[in-house]
Design a protein around this ligand. Structure first.
Ligand SMILES: Cc1cc2nc3c(=O)[nH]c(=O)nc-3n(C[C@H](O)[C@H](O)[C@H](O)COP(=O)(O)OP(=O)(O)OC[C@H]3O[C@@H](n4cnc5c(N)ncnc54)[C@H](O)[C@@H]3O)c2cc1C
Length: 286
């Protein structure tokens, strides 16, 4: 028999979580699948669950005075995809998750806490150095999404904590790229996803970032590799490209990625860099 709690507010939820370590159930699109027993048979959860969909403290999207975007953990992919204040890479990733019915249910908090290497939202969040606010009865702590996800299906979430919200500071960039490769156009789990962004001014690359999902046990991004391009002239891209792509290849997990997938990320990055060096119009590179 399953034990299920339905708290009415965050404090009550945190009390239950401290006392019983009940698993938060948000959209249930991962948790229900994990608990399923078969058609017509009730799901069986390994531990008590706590339905958190009623917690208003975890809902909504807002922008703070300094431009920081704050997304409540219960915000669904559909809500994220529909909100033009949400930064390009996050919004685009949300808009391509699953099918419409899934996007109306799946939450950003659930996508991060599930920590699947194929989850679509951690990838752009890590690109943008997003942080999480983790709440417990002791108060709140902040942690980078990149540090929170420690491996495939592994996180730094304590058993008395709940993800309250996701915070993303604006990052200056004038070239943006996002691409997800799945087996189908819709309702496909990522075989590979790539985000990239560059900030180019007066022929200089002031910032460059790239992150790849489904490329290993967790999202792949490395500042040292990005720094190979930062501060360099756009006109130097052709001579820097091969070295950069080789270094990029080195951060992907060879065992988790067949050669064709590694080649695909390299090809996408190569395409993005070519567009910048050709002086493509600023904005989204498609
Ligand atoms: C048909 C199908 C297609 C899918 N397609 C995609 C896809 O294209 N891309 C993709 O990324 N994923 C996909 N998924 C996976 C899933 O929908 C997402 O990971 C989704 O975002 C999970 O969110 P949820 O609210 O349903 O999480 P839940 O199932 O409610 O929870 C997932 C995990 O997160 C924990 N959790 C939830 N909220 C919190 C919180 N606030 N604080 C702490 N822990 C929390 C739960 O305890 C659980 O461990 C798919 C799933 C299905 C069934």
């Amino acid at each position: 028999m399953n034990t299920c709690y339905i708290p009415e507010n965050l404090t009550e939820a945190l009390e239950i979580r401290r006392k019983t370590h009940a698993l938060p159930l948000a959209g249930g699109t991962d948790l229900m699948v994990q608990a399923k027993q078969g058609i017509g048979i009730n799901p069986v959860f390994k531990s008590p669950i706590m339905i958190i969909t009623g917690l208003d403290e975890l809902k909504g999207i807002r922008v703070e005075d300094d431009g920081t975007l704050v997304i409540g953990a219960l915000t669904t992919s559909a809500e994220i995809a529909a909100d033009e204040r949400v930064f390009y890479h996050i919004r685009t990733a949300a808009s391509q998750m699953g099918a419409i019915s899934l996007r109306n249910t799946a939450t950003i908090g659930g996508n991060i806490a599930n920590a699947s290497p194929k989850g679509d939202l951690p990838q752009p969040l890590i690109l943008l150095d997003a942080t999480l606010t983790l709440a417990s009865l002791d108060g709140e702590r902040e942690m980078k999404v990149d540090d929170f996800i420690t491996g495939a299906k592994k996180t730094a979430l304590n058993d008395d904590e709940i993800i309250k919200e996701i915070r993303v500071k604006p990052v200056e960039a004038n070239y943006l790229f996002y691409h997800k490769i799945g087996t189908r156009k819709a309702n496909a789990i990522s075989k590979l996803s790539l985000s990239a962004m560059a900030n180019v001014k007066d022929g200089l690359i002031l910032d460059f970032r790239a992150s790849s999902g489904a490329a290993g046990d967790k999202v792949k991004r490395k500042r040292e590799v990005e720094e190979m391009l930062i501060g360099k002239a756009v006109s130097d891209i052709p001579s820097l490209k091969d070295g950069f792509l080789t270094a990029w290849n080195g951060i992907l997990s060879p065992h988790a990625m067949p050669t064709y997938r590694r080649e695909s990320t390299k090809r996408m990055l190569s395409y993005f860099l070519d567009k910048i060096s050709e002086g493509a119009e600023l904005g989204i590179i498609s």
